[in-house]
Ligand binder design. Structure first.
Ligand code: SAH
Length: 374
C-alpha cells in the first residue's frame, strides 16, 4: 500500500485552496446518483434494477457484505459488491467517553491518509461530526487540524461512509441507549467543506435523499460549517438544499479576524456576513455564527457589543465555544465571568446565543482538536 505523508506546517496566514492531486480511492456506490448506479450496473452486464437492490442494502440495511445480499443472484453478488463496495475507511482506533455515548474513530483511508469522525448521542438526537478533507488548508492558528496543513480532499463516498459507520453502530445497538439512527450530521470534523465543494454537495445529497437513493436524513439536520468562502456560500444557497450554514466568525473586526481566520484577508467580515444573510433569506434557515471564546484575545465586552450590533435583527443564532486549547497553544478558554459578560452583551442586543457543550474533550474529539495523529 502506498502512503501519503502530511504536507507539514504552513507558515502563518498561508492559505491552501487547491488540494494536492493524489491517486483517488476506488469508486463506491455512494459516489453515484441513482441514474449513474443503474448505468454502472448495466455496464457490468446486470439488470439496471439491481442498482435499487444494492442501494437498499447499503443505505437501508447498512451493509456492503455480499453474503447478506440474498436477493441478488449468487453468481453476481461478489462481482457487484467488488464493483460498488470497496473498503474506503479502515478503523485504526476508537475512543469513547460520556459512558460510551461519545465515540471518536480514527480512520485510515486507502492511501494511508488519516481522518476522524465523532458520534455524539444525546437524549433526543444523535449527531455525526464528519471530516471532509484529510487536513485543512485554512490555517486557523487555534485549530489543531489547521496546523497540520492539507493532505487531500475526501471523496463523496469517503464522507458518506463516516455517517454509515455511525448508523451501523447505532442500528446494531453498539451505542448505549438502545438501537437508534443518525438524526444530525455536522461538517465540523477535519477540513473546510466548502473548499471541497463538489464532493461535499454529493455527500449532502446522499445523506438527505430518501432510501433507496440515500440515507433519508432531514436536510435541516445537516450543518455545513465554513470559515467563509463567500462565492461557495452563494453556490450553496442556490442548491435548493435547506441545510444549516454555520459560519466560523470568531471575531467581529477585520483586524483580529485576519489573524484568527486567515481567509478573512480574502473576504472581510462585512462580505461574509452579507453572504450569510443572503443564505438565510434564500433558504429561510437560521444561520449559526460560531465563536470560539479565547481568553483576552476575542472575548472583550466591546467585541461582544460590536458583534451584537452587526448581527442583531437577523435570522441568526450565536454558538459560543469555549476554546479547546490545542497542544502547544499559548491560548486558553475565557474566564467564566468574561464568558457570562459576552453572553449578556449579545442578549442585550436581542441575539439568541448558547454556549456549546464541549463533548469529547477527554478524547480530543472536541471542536478543532481533530488532528489525526497516530
Ligand atoms: N473548516 C470548517 C469546519 C471545521 S471546524 C470551519 O472552520 O467552520 C468546526 C468548528 O470548530 C469551527 O467553528 C472552528 O472554528 C471550531 N474550532 C476549531 N478549533 C477550535 C478550538 N481549538 N476550540 C474551539 N473551537 C474550535
Amino acid at each position: 500500500m502506498s502512503s501519503v505523508s502530511p504536507p507539514g506546517t504552513p507558515v502563518p496566514g498561508q492559505l491552501t485552496f487547491v488540494a494536492p492531486r493524489r491517486a483517488k480511492p476506488a469508486r463506491h456506490l455512494a459516489d453515484l446518483t441513482m441514474a449513474e448506479r443503474r448505468a454502472a450496473v448495466a455496464e457490468l452486464g446486470e439488470k439496471p434494477f439491481r442498482a435499487d437492490q444494492l442501494s437498499r442494502h447499503y443505505f437501508e440495511r447498512l451493509t456492503g457484505d455480499p453474503g447478506l445480499m440474498t436477493d441478488l443472484p449468487a453468481a453476481a453478488r461478489e462481482k457487484l459488491a467488488k464493483a460498488f463496495f470497496p473498503t474506503l475507511l479502515t478503523p485504526v482506533r476508537e475512543m469513547t467517553t460520556d459512558a460510551g455515548t461519545t465515540r471518536k474513530t480514527l480512520w485510515r483511508l486507502f492511501d494511508g491518509a488519516l481522518v476522524e469522525s465523532v458520534l455524539m448521542r444525546y437524549t433526543d438526537r444523535t449527531t455525526m461530526c464528519v471530516s471532509s478533507q484529510a487536513g485543512c488548508g485554512m490555517n486557523c492558528p487555534f485549530c489543531a487540524t489547521g496546523q497540520a496543513g492539507l493532505t487531500r480532499n475526501m471523496t463523496t463516498a469517503e464522507i458518506v461512509e463516516q455517517v454509515v459507520a455511525g448508523a451501523r453502530a447505532l442500528a446494531a445497538g453498539d451505542v448505549p441507549g438502545g438501537p437508534g439512527r443518525v438524526s444530525n450530521v455536522v461538517f465540523m470534523g477535519m477540513g473546510e467543506p466548502l473548499a471541497n465543494y463538489k464532493a461535499v454537495i454529493g455527500a449532502v445529497r446522499r445523506m438527505v435523499e430518501p432510501a433507496p437513493d440515500g440515507l433519508g436524513i432531514s436536510a435541516r439536520g445537516v450543518t455545513v460549517s465554513t470559515v467563509g468562502l463567500v462565492p461557495a456560500i452563494g453556490k450553496l444557497a442556490a442548491e435548493g438544499l435547506p441545510v444549516t450554514l454555520a459560519l466560523s466568525l470568531h471575531a467581529p473586526d477585520d483586524e483580529l479576524r485576519d489573524t484568527l481566520v486567515p481567509i478573512n484577508t480574502r473576504w472581510k467580515v462585512a462580505e461574509v456576513l452579507d453572504a450569510a444573510w443572503d443564505y438565510a433569506a434564500r433558504t429561510k434557515r437560521r444561520v449559526s455564527i460560531e465563536y470560539a471564546l479565547i481568553k483576552d484575545i476575542n472575548d472583550q465586552e466591546w467585541r461582544a457589543d460590536l458583534l451584537g450590533k452587526l448581527i442583531k435583527n437577523k435570522l441568526v443564532h450565536v454558538n459560543l465555544i469555549p476554546l479547546n486549547p490545542t497542544p502547544g497553544s499559548k491560548w486558553t478558554a475565557s474566564r467564566p465571568e468574561d464568558e457570562r459578560a459576552f453572553v449578556r452583551r449579545l442578549e442585550f442586543h436581542g441575539v439568541p446565543v448558547t454556549v456549546r457543550d464541549t463533548r469529547g474533550r477527554e478524547i480530543d474529539g472536541a471542536c478543532g482538536q481533530l488532528a489525526a495523529a497516530e
